[in-house]
Design a protein around this ligand. Structure first.
Ligand SMILES: [Zn+2]
Length: 275
Protein backbone atom coordinates (compact mmCIF):
# COMPACT_ATOMS: atom_id res chain seq x y z
CA UNK A 1 0.00 0.00 0.00
CA UNK A 2 1.58 3.29 -1.01
CA UNK A 3 2.41 5.54 1.95
CA UNK A 4 3.95 9.02 1.89
CA UNK A 5 7.39 8.05 0.47
CA UNK A 6 5.84 6.02 -2.35
CA UNK A 7 3.32 8.72 -3.29
CA UNK A 8 6.09 11.33 -3.17
CA UNK A 9 8.21 9.14 -5.46
CA UNK A 10 5.30 8.83 -7.92
CA UNK A 11 4.91 12.61 -7.80
CA UNK A 12 8.57 13.21 -8.56
CA UNK A 13 8.70 10.65 -11.36
CA UNK A 14 5.57 12.04 -13.03
CA UNK A 15 6.78 15.62 -12.70
CA UNK A 16 9.68 14.69 -14.96
CA UNK A 17 7.43 12.85 -17.41
CA UNK A 18 4.08 14.55 -17.96
CA UNK A 19 4.31 18.17 -16.84
CA UNK A 20 3.22 20.77 -19.45
CA UNK A 21 2.06 18.16 -21.96
CA UNK A 22 -1.17 18.97 -23.75
CA UNK A 23 -3.97 16.49 -22.99
CA UNK A 24 -5.45 15.07 -26.21
CA UNK A 25 -7.97 12.60 -24.79
CA UNK A 26 -9.22 11.32 -21.43
CA UNK A 27 -10.84 7.90 -21.16
CA UNK A 28 -12.49 6.51 -18.04
CA UNK A 29 -13.00 2.76 -18.31
CA UNK A 30 -14.29 2.24 -14.77
CA UNK A 31 -16.50 5.12 -13.62
CA UNK A 32 -16.66 3.62 -10.10
CA UNK A 33 -13.24 5.16 -9.38
CA UNK A 34 -14.68 8.68 -9.85
CA UNK A 35 -15.48 10.10 -6.42
CA UNK A 36 -16.19 13.61 -7.73
CA UNK A 37 -16.67 14.72 -11.35
CA UNK A 38 -18.30 12.47 -13.95
CA UNK A 39 -16.95 11.25 -17.28
CA UNK A 40 -18.22 14.37 -19.06
CA UNK A 41 -16.24 16.54 -16.65
CA UNK A 42 -13.05 14.63 -17.49
CA UNK A 43 -13.67 15.25 -21.21
CA UNK A 44 -13.32 18.93 -20.29
CA UNK A 45 -9.60 18.40 -19.63
CA UNK A 46 -8.86 18.02 -23.34
CA UNK A 47 -6.69 20.87 -24.59
CA UNK A 48 -5.28 21.70 -21.16
CA UNK A 49 -2.02 20.61 -19.58
CA UNK A 50 -0.88 19.46 -16.15
CA UNK A 51 0.78 22.62 -14.86
CA UNK A 52 1.88 21.37 -11.44
CA UNK A 53 1.93 18.09 -9.52
CA UNK A 54 1.66 18.43 -5.77
CA UNK A 55 1.09 16.03 -2.91
CA UNK A 56 -0.64 16.24 0.44
CA UNK A 57 -0.39 13.16 2.68
CA UNK A 58 -1.12 10.27 0.32
CA UNK A 59 -3.10 12.40 -2.17
CA UNK A 60 -1.62 13.42 -5.53
CA UNK A 61 -2.78 16.86 -6.69
CA UNK A 62 -2.60 17.60 -10.42
CA UNK A 63 -3.27 21.26 -11.14
CA UNK A 64 -4.52 22.05 -14.64
CA UNK A 65 -3.24 25.18 -16.37
CA UNK A 66 -5.27 28.37 -16.68
CA UNK A 67 -8.03 29.01 -17.43
CA UNK A 68 -9.18 25.53 -16.40
CA UNK A 69 -8.70 26.31 -12.69
CA UNK A 70 -9.23 22.65 -11.92
CA UNK A 71 -7.60 20.19 -9.58
CA UNK A 72 -7.44 16.48 -10.45
CA UNK A 73 -6.81 14.57 -7.22
CA UNK A 74 -5.79 10.91 -7.11
CA UNK A 75 -5.58 8.62 -4.07
CA UNK A 76 -3.92 5.30 -4.99
CA UNK A 77 -5.22 3.49 -1.88
CA UNK A 78 -4.13 -0.20 -1.93
CA UNK A 79 -2.96 -1.06 -5.44
CA UNK A 80 -3.38 2.02 -7.64
CA UNK A 81 -0.58 2.87 -10.10
CA UNK A 82 -0.10 5.77 -12.48
CA UNK A 83 2.05 4.48 -15.32
CA UNK A 84 3.66 6.60 -18.00
CA UNK A 85 4.16 5.18 -21.49
CA UNK A 86 6.31 7.01 -24.02
CA UNK A 87 4.28 5.36 -26.81
CA UNK A 88 0.67 4.14 -26.71
CA UNK A 89 0.44 0.58 -25.40
CA UNK A 90 -2.42 -1.95 -25.57
CA UNK A 91 -4.72 -1.73 -22.56
CA UNK A 92 -4.00 -4.20 -19.77
CA UNK A 93 -6.34 -5.86 -17.33
CA UNK A 94 -7.26 -3.41 -14.52
CA UNK A 95 -6.43 -0.30 -16.59
CA UNK A 96 -9.26 1.97 -15.43
CA UNK A 97 -8.39 5.33 -16.98
CA UNK A 98 -6.05 6.80 -19.61
CA UNK A 99 -4.83 10.29 -20.44
CA UNK A 100 -3.34 10.62 -23.90
CA UNK A 101 -1.01 13.52 -24.59
CA UNK A 102 -0.51 15.41 -27.84
CA UNK A 103 3.06 14.10 -28.19
CA UNK A 104 1.85 10.46 -28.34
CA UNK A 105 2.74 9.55 -24.75
CA UNK A 106 0.10 8.47 -22.22
CA UNK A 107 -0.60 8.14 -18.52
CA UNK A 108 -2.56 5.04 -17.53
CA UNK A 109 -4.26 4.39 -14.20
CA UNK A 110 -4.10 0.69 -13.27
CA UNK A 111 -5.58 -0.64 -10.04
CA UNK A 112 -6.04 -4.37 -9.36
CA UNK A 113 -8.36 -3.89 -6.39
CA UNK A 114 -9.89 -0.66 -7.70
CA UNK A 115 -10.06 1.02 -4.27
CA UNK A 116 -8.25 4.12 -5.61
CA UNK A 117 -10.27 7.28 -6.22
CA UNK A 118 -10.25 10.35 -8.48
CA UNK A 119 -11.71 13.78 -7.75
CA UNK A 120 -12.03 16.59 -10.28
CA UNK A 121 -12.89 19.87 -8.65
CA UNK A 122 -12.19 23.59 -8.40
CA UNK A 123 -12.20 23.37 -4.63
CA UNK A 124 -9.83 21.11 -2.68
CA UNK A 125 -12.28 21.26 0.25
CA UNK A 126 -14.56 18.99 -1.81
CA UNK A 127 -12.04 16.14 -1.65
CA UNK A 128 -13.00 13.83 1.20
CA UNK A 129 -10.34 13.68 3.89
CA UNK A 130 -7.98 16.19 2.31
CA UNK A 131 -8.75 19.20 4.47
CA UNK A 132 -8.67 17.29 7.74
CA UNK A 133 -5.10 15.99 7.27
CA UNK A 134 -2.61 16.72 10.02
CA UNK A 135 0.88 18.05 9.39
CA UNK A 136 3.38 15.77 7.67
CA UNK A 137 6.51 14.77 9.59
CA UNK A 138 8.70 16.48 6.97
CA UNK A 139 6.77 19.77 7.14
CA UNK A 140 8.89 22.58 8.57
CA UNK A 141 6.25 23.27 11.26
CA UNK A 142 6.16 19.63 12.44
CA UNK A 143 7.72 19.03 15.86
CA UNK A 144 7.42 16.92 18.98
CA UNK A 145 5.36 19.79 20.47
CA UNK A 146 2.89 19.54 17.57
CA UNK A 147 2.60 15.77 18.05
CA UNK A 148 2.07 16.14 21.80
CA UNK A 149 -0.58 18.82 21.27
CA UNK A 150 -2.46 16.57 18.82
CA UNK A 151 -2.47 13.53 21.13
CA UNK A 152 -3.02 15.14 24.53
CA UNK A 153 -6.81 14.71 24.57
CA UNK A 154 -6.64 11.00 23.79
CA UNK A 155 -4.59 9.50 26.65
CA UNK A 156 -6.07 6.01 26.28
CA UNK A 157 -5.54 5.66 22.51
CA UNK A 158 -2.79 3.25 21.52
CA UNK A 159 0.23 4.96 20.00
CA UNK A 160 0.11 2.95 16.78
CA UNK A 161 -3.52 3.99 16.22
CA UNK A 162 -2.49 7.66 16.53
CA UNK A 163 0.41 7.20 14.08
CA UNK A 164 -2.00 5.78 11.49
CA UNK A 165 -4.59 8.54 12.05
CA UNK A 166 -4.11 10.91 9.10
CA UNK A 167 -5.74 13.78 11.01
CA UNK A 168 -2.96 13.56 13.64
CA UNK A 169 0.00 13.13 11.31
CA UNK A 170 -0.35 12.68 7.55
CA UNK A 171 1.46 10.12 5.44
CA UNK A 172 2.32 7.19 7.71
CA UNK A 173 0.78 3.78 7.02
CA UNK A 174 1.31 0.36 8.54
CA UNK A 175 4.89 -0.17 7.31
CA UNK A 176 6.37 3.13 8.47
CA UNK A 177 4.38 3.24 11.72
CA UNK A 178 6.01 -0.06 12.78
CA UNK A 179 9.47 1.15 11.75
CA UNK A 180 8.98 4.46 13.61
CA UNK A 181 7.89 2.67 16.81
CA UNK A 182 10.90 0.36 16.64
CA UNK A 183 13.36 3.20 16.10
CA UNK A 184 11.82 5.14 18.98
CA UNK A 185 11.79 2.05 21.23
CA UNK A 186 8.04 2.31 21.89
CA UNK A 187 5.61 -0.65 22.05
CA UNK A 188 2.72 -0.24 19.54
CA UNK A 189 0.03 -0.75 22.21
CA UNK A 190 1.30 1.93 24.61
CA UNK A 191 -1.51 4.33 25.57
CA UNK A 192 -0.63 7.88 24.49
CA UNK A 193 -1.04 9.19 28.05
CA UNK A 194 1.82 6.97 29.28
CA UNK A 195 4.42 8.30 26.83
CA UNK A 196 7.20 10.40 28.36
CA UNK A 197 8.39 13.66 26.79
CA UNK A 198 11.55 11.88 25.77
CA UNK A 199 9.60 9.10 24.06
CA UNK A 200 7.45 11.64 22.22
CA UNK A 201 10.59 13.43 21.05
CA UNK A 202 12.07 10.14 19.85
CA UNK A 203 8.83 9.35 18.01
CA UNK A 204 8.75 12.73 16.26
CA UNK A 205 12.39 12.39 15.26
CA UNK A 206 11.89 8.81 14.03
CA UNK A 207 8.91 9.89 11.88
CA UNK A 208 11.09 12.45 10.13
CA UNK A 209 14.16 10.25 9.74
CA UNK A 210 12.36 7.17 8.47
CA UNK A 211 10.22 9.00 5.92
CA UNK A 212 13.26 10.93 4.70
CA UNK A 213 15.34 7.76 4.37
CA UNK A 214 12.56 5.98 2.51
CA UNK A 215 12.05 8.86 0.07
CA UNK A 216 15.79 8.72 -0.64
CA UNK A 217 15.36 5.02 -1.49
CA UNK A 218 12.29 5.84 -3.62
CA UNK A 219 9.89 4.05 -1.27
CA UNK A 220 9.18 0.44 -0.35
CA UNK A 221 7.95 -2.27 -2.71
CA UNK A 222 6.47 -5.49 -1.38
CA UNK A 223 4.10 -6.52 -4.14
CA UNK A 224 2.52 -3.83 -6.23
CA UNK A 225 4.04 -0.44 -5.76
CA UNK A 226 5.96 1.11 -8.67
CA UNK A 227 6.54 4.74 -9.61
CA UNK A 228 5.42 6.41 -12.86
CA UNK A 229 8.34 4.77 -14.68
CA UNK A 230 7.38 1.28 -13.51
CA UNK A 231 10.41 1.26 -11.13
CA UNK A 232 10.24 -0.47 -7.76
CA UNK A 233 11.35 1.20 -4.53
CA UNK A 234 14.43 0.19 -2.53
CA UNK A 235 13.57 0.80 1.13
CA UNK A 236 12.39 -2.81 1.71
CA UNK A 237 16.12 -3.61 2.09
CA UNK A 238 16.29 -1.25 5.08
CA UNK A 239 13.19 -2.34 7.03
CA UNK A 240 14.06 -3.56 10.52
CA UNK A 241 10.83 -5.05 11.90
CA UNK A 242 8.01 -4.88 9.35
CA UNK A 243 7.20 -8.41 8.10
CA UNK A 244 10.25 -9.79 9.97
CA UNK A 245 8.30 -12.24 12.15
CA UNK A 246 10.65 -14.55 14.12
CA UNK A 247 13.73 -12.94 12.62
CA UNK A 248 16.36 -11.52 14.99
CA UNK A 249 16.01 -7.91 16.14
CA UNK A 250 18.86 -5.88 14.59
CA UNK A 251 19.55 -4.30 18.03
CA UNK A 252 19.34 -7.18 20.50
CA UNK A 253 18.88 -10.43 18.56
CA UNK A 254 15.54 -11.40 20.13
CA UNK A 255 12.87 -12.63 17.76
CA UNK A 256 10.54 -10.04 16.22
CA UNK A 257 6.93 -10.66 17.22
CA UNK A 258 3.62 -9.82 15.55
CA UNK A 259 0.37 -8.71 17.19
CA UNK A 260 -2.84 -7.10 15.92
CA UNK A 261 -3.35 -3.46 16.84
CA UNK A 262 -6.65 -1.96 15.65
CA UNK A 263 -6.96 -4.85 13.21
CA UNK A 264 -3.55 -4.27 11.61
CA UNK A 265 -0.54 -6.56 11.87
CA UNK A 266 2.11 -4.90 13.99
CA UNK A 267 5.73 -6.05 14.19
CA UNK A 268 7.92 -5.18 17.16
CA UNK A 269 10.81 -6.38 19.34
CA UNK A 270 9.55 -7.51 22.80
CA UNK A 271 12.91 -6.55 24.35
CA UNK A 272 13.56 -3.14 22.75
CA UNK A 273 9.90 -2.01 22.82
CA UNK A 274 8.61 -2.75 26.32
CA UNK A 275 4.91 -2.48 27.01
ZN1 LIG B 1 15.43 -5.82 20.15
Amino acid sequence: MPELPEVETVRRSLTDLVLHKEIKAVEIFKPAILALGDEAAYAGLVGYELAEIGRRGKYLLFKLNEPADLLWVVHLRMTGKLLYHQQPEPLQKHDHARLQFADGSELVYNDTRAFGRFWLTQDAAQVSGLNSLGLEPLDAEFSAAYWQEKIKRRPKTQVKVALLDQTVVAGLGNIYADEVLFQAGVHPERPLGTLTDEENQRLAQAMREILQASIEQRGTTFRDYVDGNNQKGGYQEFLRVFQKLNQPCPNCGQQIQRIKVAGRSSYFCPHCQLK
